[in-house]
Design a protein. Structure first.
Length: 273
């Protein structure tokens, strides 16, 4: 399919249409050899509640964004290199069916399709593109992945101390290492994780101690003292993810207490042929 569509006018027109929908806020997508293989709307599990997102599968990248006007205007563009992607099929929950996780070294998140057939089709095409890229570059599949964030509504109490109850005044935060929903007292530390960000990120107390111990072991193995890589966090910072919730209705249903997370009705545009 890639060889058939590469360097064709129809492929160039499709990519130009995607660029046009994202407008000036999006990145240029047309590069030599890049082919748009398919597109569709998937439901992405976000902090506040599941939300529809437009996804575009190219032969080397996965692009997604927020829908302003379907097929006309999108924003909040995200570009994921497929070489960094691994997939994991997930069990259904009461709220979401046909789920799977897209895991990368910088970000991991859960999406769901409108039907089991659509999920199989997405995963099949993604795996084929990833397999082709890894074969072409000689790289091994990625083994380090960022933790997905547990949705805010999954818990009313801090998942670390299990004492603090969240409210309008007591904010939820997310540990960037484990993805747990935690209170401010349980996440006052920051730790530098270069794989995720050039800046120190918020982590819960447990992950902080584990990361500090790992850093100390690495320093001892190198026969040198560890450099300062963390600091207490004055006040707090917004713990929002990459998707803005400002314009969305946050009155989502509560998640049942026995919901199992990440254990191991939308329209669909078929893959191009």
């Amino acid at each position: 399919m890639v060889d058939h569509l590469a360097n064709t006018e129809i492929n160039s027109q499709r990519i130009a249409a995607v660029e046009n929908c994202f407008g000036a806020s999006g990145q240029p997508l047309a590069v030599p050899g890049r082919v748009l293989l398919g597109e569709g709307i998937l439901t992405k599990e976000c902090r506040k509640k599941p939300k529809p997102r437009i996804f575009f599968l190219f032969n080397d990248i996965l692009v997604y964004g927020s829908i302003v006007i379907n097929k006309r205007k999108y924003n909040s563009q995200h570009i994921i290199p497929l070489e960094d992607v691994t997939l994991e099929t997930l069990p259904d929950t009461l709220q979401m069916k046909n789920r799977w996780m897209i895991k990368t070294s910088k970000k991991s998140f859960v999406v769901s399709a409108a039907s089991l057939t659509e999920r199989k089709e997405w995963i099949s095409h993604l795996e084929e593109c990833i397999r082709h890229l890894l074969t072409k570059t000689g790289r091994q599949p990625s083994t380090e992945h960022a933790a997905p964030w547990i949705p805010d509504k999954a818990t009313d109490i801090c998942m670390r101390c299990t004492q603090t109850k969240f409210s309008t005044l007591t904010r939820r935060h997310h540990c960037r290492k484990c993805g747990f929903v935690v209170c401010a007292d349980c996440s006052r530390q920051r730790f530098l994780m270069p794989r995720l960000s050039p800046k120190p990120l918020r982590v819960c107390n447990l992950c902080y101690r584990q990361l500090l111990a790992e850093k100390k072991k690495e320093a001892e193995a190198d026969h040198r003292q560890p450099e300062p890589i963390c600091s207490a966090m004055p006040g707090y910072e917004p713990s929002s993810g990459d998707d803005s919730d400002k314009s969305d209705d946050d009155k989502a249903e509560q998640w049942p207490a026995d919901t199992e997370f990440y254990t191991s009705a939308v329209s669909w545009s078929s893959f191009h042929s």
